[in-house]
Design a protein around this ligand. Structure first.
Ligand code: AMP
Length: 321
């Protein structure tokens, strides 16, 4: 269904393309689409806007982010563009999901660049609230997904998934999306949100999206900017470890411990890498696995220098196993 906003945008782009041709002596040139991006910072204004959009029959696709956008985020937004008639991205560095000694205050931020990137998708609305507007000083309600958050990053980042589940619930209530897109890069976060939506009868569809990687295999992450050139080189061992694990499962290693051991060995060879965990668990419920009979996710958290990186790969046993 074409809505008025889409039609206006397409019309504006046609005009701009013609102008660009004219300004370069009639030669067509490739220009980046510049489209309107509405920015809303007030949660109540966002809620009213979303309600009106729903009443007009718009299908709202939400992409929650913490900003400092890269191709991974943009892939979610482009898919949101395909699935919805109204694409809303949020940028909110959520204080409740950071531990006391984590990087909340120095998390990378560049709102202007982010807005330019969102216009290329194009995203219709950016919701960028202040944390004082998101959290009342006397707020006392949390969303806690208990089991799926117990392993992997759970014990290492106490309170993290509670912060994530709470803020995502708030974003769903404010933006009222029909679909919301999340990356498999943060696999435990994805499973936490899927569980929460199911358990609490939230009326929307969660769309999981594959991890976008650089050409050399490293998973894109806003935190990669913290890596020095040599640390970045070292960090490649994480995706190499996942490939080795995949290879081991395909060639006869049939236990989760065996597969995880292969990945651990790759990381352990690398000076400058501190392993937090390497685990192979059930890809659906993240529970421990013995002999691999169903798809597993091999998940890694490791520090390269001071930078904490996570990555994962889902893999299935060979059919004959
Ligand atoms: P963040 O801004 O890191 O909170 O991420 C916002 C969303 O983008 C989450 O759903 C992430 O899983 C997703 N995301 C982050 N990095 C990637 C990536 N490399 N590929 C795909 N999705 C990603």
């Amino acid at each position: 269904m074409k809505n008025a906003a889409t039609v206006r945008r397409r019309g504006a782009n046609r005009g701009r393309r013609a102008q660009d041709r004219a300004s370069r002596g009639g030669r067509p040139v490739l220009v980046q689409k510049e489209t309107e991006l509405k920015i809303i910072s007030s949660p109540t204004e966002m809620q009213a806007f979303a309600e009106a959009a729903r009443c007009r029959g718009e299908r709202i696709a939400l992409i929650p982010t913490m900003g400092y956008l890269h191709e991974g985020h943009l892939s979610l937004m482009r898919e949101g563009r395909r699935l919805g008639t109204m694409v809303i991205a949020s940028i909110f560095v959520n204080p409740t999901q950071f531990g006391a000694n984590e990087d909340f205050s120095r998390y990378p931020r560049d709102m202007e660049r982010d807005c330019s990137l969102m216009r290329t998708v194009p995203v219709d609305v950016l919701f960028a609230p202040q944390s004082t507007d998101m959290y009342l000083a006397d707020s006392q309600t949390w969303v806690d997904v208990t089991k799926v958050t117990q392993g992997l990053c759970g014990p290492l980042r106490p309170g993290h998934f509670r912060g994530v589940a709470t803020v995502v619930t708030k974003l769903f209530n404010i933006v009222k999306p029909h679909v919301a897109l999340f990356g498999e890069k943060d696999f435990q976060q994805l499973r936490t949100i899927q569980r929460m939506v199911q358990d609490l009868n939230m009326d929307l569809e969660i769309i999981p999206m594959p991890t976008v990687r650089e050409a050399d295999g490293i998973a894109m992450s806003s935190r990669n900017v913290y890596l020095s050139p040599s640390e970045r080189e070292t960090a490649l061992c994480i995706s190499r470890a996942l490939s080795a694990a995949r290879n081991a499962l395909a060639t006869g290693t049939n236990t989760a411990a065996g597969v995880a051991g292969v990945a651990t060995a790759v990381l352990a060879r690398e000076p400058g890498v501190t392993i937090e965990y390497v685990e192979a668990v059930d890809a659906e419920n993240l529970e421990p696995v013995g002999v691999v009979k169903r798809p597993i996710v091999v998940a890694i958290a490791a520090r390269v220098g001071k930078v904490r990186l996570i990555d994962n790969a889902v893999m299935a046993p060979a059919l004959s196993a």
